[in-house]
Design a protein around this ligand. Structure first.
Ligand SMILES: [Zn+2]
Length: 74
């Protein structure tokens, strides 16, 4: 019965734990570190630097819906 997490809350979670995520080099999606290919563009090249993950999470969190799907975060 929890309300759905807002984009901002997801972004803050990611930013608080950047080592669990990486950035797709193809489309800049944030994906979990265990992902082998990007769910959006099927790229297999990622940047796992924490700085970049935090930066991207905050950027996505500050943006409003529709430009990316909710699944790209997980
Ligand atoms: Zn991608």
């Amino acid at each position: 019965m929890n309300p759905p997490e807002s984009r901002k809350e997801k972004a803050q979670k990611i930013a608080a734990n950047p080592s669990a995520y990486k950035i797709c080099e193809g489309c800049d999606s944030i994906v979990t570190l265990v992902s082998v290919t990007c769910p959006n563009c099927h790229s297999f090249r990622f940047d796992s630097s924490s700085e970049r993950v935090v930066e991207q999470a905050l950027m996505l969190g500050s943006r409003e819906q529709n430009s990316v799907t909710s699944t790209d975060l997980f």
